[in-house]
Design a protein around this ligand. Structure first.
Ligand SMILES: Cc1cc2nc3c(=O)[nH]c(=O)nc-3n(C[C@H](O)[C@H](O)[C@H](O)COP(=O)(O)O)c2cc1C
Length: 181
């Protein structure tokens, strides 16, 4: 699949996963894609922890609770070190976002599904902190996102519609009627 088709084919998957393990070779390829992402001032502030050990997955599932996440045979935890690249400028969030998109594309390229779970982890239940504790993530690193990885057990739901091209992208001049929110 060429890269432009791949980009269009990536969609969040929130259904159940098959229990089949994801080969280490594939997980390594996905992590390697994440590490290839650009980072502000090349500070490489993102760290990745893939979980495929059944006992550890079982412990994380107690915290994660969501059926989709709990059915995934592998989870990739995204860790960030929110330090400044230079005084007054921290690019750690942009760094990990770029790494996540690279991994989501690699996941789809290899025939798996995933979803960027960040809001769910950092909501008032502080699931990310509980996961970080379980995984012994040392400060100043923070666990900010988890990507389930596995083959879909159900057919993916229709992806949400994106706004049309001409409401979000232009050549040379922004539209005179203003930008749609
Ligand atoms: C920063 C960020 C946080 C997200 N957090 C969650 C989340 O906690 N739970 C979830 O189901 N989806 C989450 N998503 C996925 C978005 O809901 C999804 O990308 C969006 O609805 C567009 O759908 P698509 O990924 O199929 O294009 C998150 C995406 C981003 C970029």
């Amino acid at each position: 699949m060429d890269i432009l088709t791949l980009v269009q084919n990536r969609h969040s998957y929130r259904g159940l996963y098959k229990a089949d393990p994801v080969p280490r070779e594939d997980l390594t390829a996905i992590l390697t894609a994440g590490l290839a992402a650009p980072s502000g001032c090349n500070q490489q502030t993102t760290r990745l922890l893939a979980i495929d050990e059944p006992q550890l997955l079982a412990k994380l599932r107690e915290v994660l609770k969501k059926p989709s996440l709990c059915s995934a045979p592998a989870l990739i935890c995204v860790l960030t070190n929110p330090r400044e690249a230079y005084p007054g400028h921290c690019f750690a969030r942009q760094d990990y976002a770029a790494a996540i998109e690279n991994m989501l594309l690699a996941i789809v390229a290899l025939g798996y599904q995933s979803c960027w779970y960040e809001g769910y982890l950092t909501n008032e239940d502080q699931i990310s902190r509980q996961m970080a504790q379980l995984l012994k993530v040392p400060p100043p690193y923070e666990l900010v996102c988890v990507l389930p990885v596995g083959e879909a057990a159900a057919s993916p739901a229709a992806p949400p519609a994106k706004l049309p091209f001409d409401q979000r992208a232009w050549f040379n001049r922004l539209p005179s009627q203003g930008l749609v929110k």
